[in-house]
Write a protein that binds this ligand. Structure first.
Ligand code: SF4
Length: 464
């Protein structure tokens, strides 16, 4: 009996070639990994003495992946398959009756499922690095050693963020240009739940699809092991309980009516034309025209306001009234250029009350009207696919995140969402115009500028 020890694909390949060269049959090879101290020995054949063995490239690629699996038998399974390939059983990988080929297929499927889990359930939390810069940290406990496999996905998804993904056995860090791998860390090393979690929970509640709430399926896809480390873990049971009521809300005639009008192609021109005929809520009956978004169709930054005002309603263009002029001025001060930004509103028609003086007084849209118009906003987002979304005011933010969002509490905190990898909210410029006194106005303007500067810094990171 010959003992062989491997801990990854390279070490397995070297050992397997040596065993094969020495004509050691799988029955005579005892495979162990770094966990099994019992297997201290290695075959004496050196790699350069090993004869070349021709195997399909697809086997090597599958073997490389399977070495990431936690099954302690993985190296033995791979050696048995290699032995069969090297001894004339060329079709073994396609043989449905071969137990090792079936085990390899199962391992690859389980790795792919865990990869999907990490894509979906890793949650980064904001921390401050020693130099004061923002650093995002997540902790995850995968069953298999797939960190190197999934880290490039997060580098592509969050190219401008500096982040570290910790697992018990290894870690990956992204500094904006390069991925680095390092040692693992216990769960205590991860940052504690914070306000970003509160914001994320609000967003999660809003996107939780009660119509698809199926407790059995939920527990299969989100086992307790994963829920424990996720901010929404404690929320799932409550959301599932509320599901029937929310299904009713989602099927409200208004939301369905606007969704039915949205063209499938989500092309901005056709969205604009179709929205012009929308009367899914009462606001559309009284306004002069639909005020659709405008700006570069592939803008990296999208700004979303509440609804058009009096001047916008007459001009048919967003942000051309007093609040729009103030926004343009402050954008410039923060280094942002309006013509490079796609600007739109959560609600596409002007809601007002006509005063006896004939003046039209702006009225805030109610929740059902915002919900009714959401289909247009999400179609716009889907068309532009911005890297960043900045919401101005509670109505815009709540359209994405739900009614729990509070501007005073939640503004200025970037988070990741399905609509854009970077999403943040701040005041609506009209709130600055309506401030109760000069001191309050100055303070709000400073905070608003801070948020615009944060947005500019993030945009600069993306464009350079
Ligand atoms: S406000 Fe929105 S949902 Fe209501 S009528 Fe206008 S476009 Fe349609």
């Amino acid at each position: 009996m010959i003992a062989a020890r491997a801990f990854d694909f390279d070490s397995w390949r070297m050992q397997a070639r040596a065993l094969l060269n020495a004509e050691v049959s799988p029955e005579d090879a005892l495979w162990g990994d770094e966990q099994t101290a019992l297997f201290g020995g290695t075959p004496s054949t050196q790699p350069e003495q090993a004869r070349a063995v021709r195997v399909p490239a697809s086997f090597l690629s599958k073997a490389e992946q399977a070495c990431q699996h936690a099954d302690p038998e993985r190296f033995a399974v791979l050696y048995r398959l290699l032995w069969k390939l090297a001894h004339g059983v060329g079709h073994v990988l396609e043989d449905p009756l071969d137990p090792d080929a079936a085990r390899l297929t199962a391992m690859l499927r389980e790795l792919s499922e865990e990869e999907h889990d990490m894509h979906a359930f890793v949650r980064f939390r904001a921390t401050r690095a020693p130099d004061g810069s923002e650093h995002w940290v997540a902790w995850f406990n995968p069953v298999h050693s797939i960190l190197k496999r999934v880290a490039p996905f997060f580098a592509r998804r969050y190219p401008a963020m500096h982040w570290t993904l910790l697992t018990p056995t290894a870690s990956a860090s992204w500094d904006g240009t390069t991925l680095h791998f390092g040692p693992g860390a216990p769960s205590e090393a991860a940052p504690r739940p914070d306000q970003v979690d509160a914001l994320f929970l609000s967003y999660y509640e809003n996107i939780f699809n009660p119509a698809r709430s199926n407790p059995k399926l939920l527990h299969r896809q989100l086992p307790p092991r994963l829920l424990r480390d996720m901010p929404e873990g404690g929320e799932v049971a409550r959301l599932a309980k509320d599901a029937p009521k929310r299904v009713q809300d989602m099927n409200s005639p208004r939301a369905s009516a606007s969704a039915a009008l949205v063209p499938n192609d989500h092309e901005l021109g056709s969205l604009r034309s179709a929205a012009a005929h929308c009367r899914a809520c009462p606001i559309g009956e009284h306004a002069t025209q639909t005020v659709f978004g405008e700006g570069p169709p592939n803008a990296r930054l999208m700004i979303v306001g509440e609804q058009p005002g009096d001047e916008e309603d007459l001009a048919g263009k967003p942000f051309v009234g007093p609040a729009g002029r103030l926004l343009e001025k402050l954008l410039e001060r923060a280094g942002l250029t309006r013509s490079e930004i796609y600007v739109t509103n959560a609600v596409k028609h002007f809601k007002f009350e006509r005063l006896p003086t004939k003046r039209r007084l702006h009225m805030r849209p109610v929740r059902s009207e915002v919900e009714a118009c959401r289909a247009w906003l999400l179609a716009e987002v889907d068309s532009v696919k911005p890297d960043m979304i900045l919401c101005l005011g509670a109505t815009a933010a709540q359209s994405f995140c739900g009614p729990q969002f509070r501007v005073q509490r939640d503004r200025g905190k970037p988070t990741t969402t399905p609509w854009a990898p970077w999403w943040m909210a701040t005041y609506h410029p009209s709130a600055l115009l309506r401030a109760s006194d000069e001191a309050a106005r100055k303070q709000m303007e400073r905070q608003f500028l801070d948020d615009l500067e944060t947005t500019h810094e993030q945009l600069a990171k993306l464009t350079h």
